[in-house]
Design a binder for this molecule. Sequence first.
Ligand code: SF4
Length: 422
Amino acid sequence: MPHTPNILTDLDVELAKRGSGRLVLGSWTVRLPRSFGFCGGVLNALNLLKKTVEEQQVGRLNGSAVQRLADSSGSPRTTTSAIGLVKADHPSPPTTHHSRILLLGDIIHNDTVNEQFRARGVVILPDADVPHALEHVRDGDTVVIPAFGLERDITQSLQALHEAGRIRLLDTTCRYVKRIWEFVGREAATGSTVLIMGKPDHPENRATLSRALTDGNAVVQLADLVDVAEFAATLTTPAPDGRMHEPATRNMQHETPPGVTLHNPDWFNPGALAFAAQTTLLYTETIEAERLLRAAAESAGAAFTSAATVCLATQERQKAALDLCTEGCDLFLVVGGFASSNTAQLYRLAAQHATAYFIRTADDFDAARITHYDPASKEMRSTGGWLPAGSAVIGLLSGASCPAGDVGGVIRKLRGLARRPQ
Ligand code: SF4
């Protein structure tokens, strides 16, 4: 009987995990890290969306099923309905055959997962259109905010539509992302300059920026550790008279280092700095960034505060991947969506220890060639003769947004290649 991969569980992955993360395939040993699979935030988002799709389908078949779940609340209540979990305290639009589930960007950064929802009728707004989401929302829609969160002003407008009974709103934002919002919002309110480390065009960082930037403070976006080091050096550049703050202000207003983006330069306050990092960065780099910034702030006489914002799931997966790296692998396959930040970090980690290929699924390789992604150059590459000829240990890493089914697919393909006649 053919093996049917499941999006959440996979027989081959289970077998590999039960065998102490080790599978012997011919002359190759495939190793899986101890911490593996979807994180809690991703699972929560997927389950909520799945439930909403099912409710919508029942509603279409049965006129008022969705309506009943959402409308029966004269007062706020908790319900097992995905839609009800958002807030069943407002009138909801009726479900008709025109009703759509509109997802504002990918639910998570994984093509397999998004395709499965698309196949079930979910409309996924391209990421480039999300800043103009309101132009795409129609009355009667169920609008879904993905796990990364959404910019504050758009969220507020959607909430108003929800409260007016024109749309349903399902918010799947991860609690770790919301924790960053609380921190940056609090610091922004005191006039601190908020320093955000992470890719500025990532949806999570756009959402964080919208909460960190007010009419009374500045925000500095730092894409990576190099930017952090440059910014830290700027802070400690003394003026001719030896004073620290004015030259830092002047530098940031007129000589922003490349890669560093300064918002609201007139409100740049070099005396009070607050640091937060994207949830899925390399944990060791965020610790180093914090150390550099704290030291620079101290020598400039500035107040400095930071929040531990790399999420626990990311830390655990990076620690498990690092253990695998140090135990020794000859080759790494890193499986996941190319837009996935946490998967890209696992690739960077693996590539420091052995040859590593970042692939989406098992479709990306055969015996002759492997097609893989380089996150640094953002280019696809094709490499021939990539498979080890003799005995080798192949490390298999995947991010918190990668379904076990995709990893299982890679194991099955490797098994087939291991059995092929040489
Ligand atoms: S990787 Fe971390 S921040 Fe992202 S959804 Fe998972 S738990 Fe939340």
